[in-house]
Ligand binder design. Structure first.
Ligand code: PAP
Length: 345
């Protein structure tokens, strides 16, 4: 499959035999009976599976991914909670890792969304087939995929092999607002949407897709401290602060450092520019259509700023989340800068 084909590619859909599908559904139904259940943010239920929350539909896909993801020491996995910078990280990693596999002025990001180029394992890899042929989804090598599932629940083929993981996190305030606005816009009109306050209460109790937020972040943080050659831990805010430095760090971690010549030629800045919010948001491919069913491509590009939460949070919300941040993170060595920047984004 060449890149022109990727641009046209529909989400992979390979039909199962009815029997296989039914037995998977039966197993899932049995599993669901055993799991704690809570109302999600937009009318459907969340189940607590292996310590994280997800819908029944998503759980089926997660189990297939956990069971069938093949072992390979060369794979690269991008990991994140939703709304922490997944789209940006996909664009940056794709452009950095594969930069010598396409012409400099022909970056496939010009015509394909970051989500087409780096597939999300739970959304458009294992959705219609528990054991898809991943070769058909990858044009370049090494393989590059993305996931939202927590570190502890990653398949052993990822955790116990030499494949690399790049994790991106974002401060919980902006993550929460980005998620709430995203869900508000995409919600099914027939289902009741939680108010900002109700959603915030759930978020603080850890109830959000693939959350609790702090467990997700800390799982990857601790793993990256223990094994820095395997897991690179990035922050959305650091990328905003100094993108060139972060891109160089990413390249080094992936084993494809920029040469002196490349640096002189401005390749790092070129990648930063093509992957910037301002550039991606204005590309035709990201302004229309949808690659992941039900999610318009444009909905991945909203404001792209640090600190937008200040436009939404009340003082009591700030106080509650700051308290939680201290309680969860103080002993970990991980911190988010919040109070030093006071202006509204
Ligand atoms: P996902 O996990 O569902 O794929 P993700 O890409 O993590 O979503 O989150 C989207 C957020 O990243 C949006 O943030 P906002 O709601 O606060 O605006 C989106 O605007 C932002 N975003 C997308 N692309 C970029 C980019 N290239 N640079 C910076 N921010 C970006």
């Amino acid at each position: 499959m060449d890149t022109a084909e990727i641009s046209k590619a529909e989400p992979v859909s390979v039909s199962l035999t009815q029997d296989a599908d039914k037995s998977l559904d039966d197993e899932l139904q049995q599993l669901l009976q055993t799991l704690p259940k809570e109302e999600g943010w937009s009318g459907s239920s969340f189940y607590l599976y292996q310590g994280f929350w997800c819908s029944a539909r998503r759980l089926k896909v997660v189990v297939s991914f956990q069971t069938h993801f093949p072992v390979s020491d060369s794979n690269v996995i991008l990991a994140s909670l939703p709304k922490c910078g997944t789209t940006w990280l996909k664009a940056l990693t794709f452009s950095t890792l594969y930069r010598n596999q396409f012409a400099r002025d022909e970056n496939p990001l010009r015509t394909s969304t970051p989500h087409q180029l780096v597939r999300q394992l739970e959304y458009n890899v294992y959705v219609n087939n528990p054991c898809p042929n991943l070769k058909n989804m990858c044009v370049y090598k090494p393989w590059l995929f993305a996931t939202h599932i927590p570190y502890a629940s990653l398949p052993t083929s990822i955790k116990d092999s030499n494949c690399k993981i790049v994790y991106i996190c974002r401060n919980p305030m902006d993550t929460f607002i980005s998620l709430w606005v995203f869900i508000s816009k995409l919600r099914d009109e027939n289902k009741e949407l939680l108010s900002l306050d109700e959603a915030f209460d759930k978020f603080c109790h850890g109830i959000c897709g693939f959350g609790p937020f702090f467990d997700h972040v800390l799982g990857h943080w601790k793993a990256s401290q223990e094994n820095p050659d395997k897991i690179l831990f990035l922050k959305y805010e650091d990328l905003k602060e100094d993108i060139s430095c972060e891109v160089k760090q990413l390249a080094m971690f992936l084993g494809v450092p920029f040469t002196e010549d490349e640096e002189k030629q401005g390749v790092v800045e070129e990648i930063a520019t093509i992957c910037s919010f301002e550039n991606l948001k204005e590309l035709e491919v990201n302004k229309k259509g949808l690659f992941i069913p039900g999610i318009p491509n444009e909905s991945y590009f909203r404001k792209g700023k640090v600190g937008d939460w200040r436009n939404y949070f009340t003082p009591s919300m700030v106080e509650r989340l700051e308290k939680l941040i201290h309680q969860k993170l103080d002993a970990s060595g991980l911190a988010f800068e919040l109070s030093s920047k006071t202006s509204k984004a």
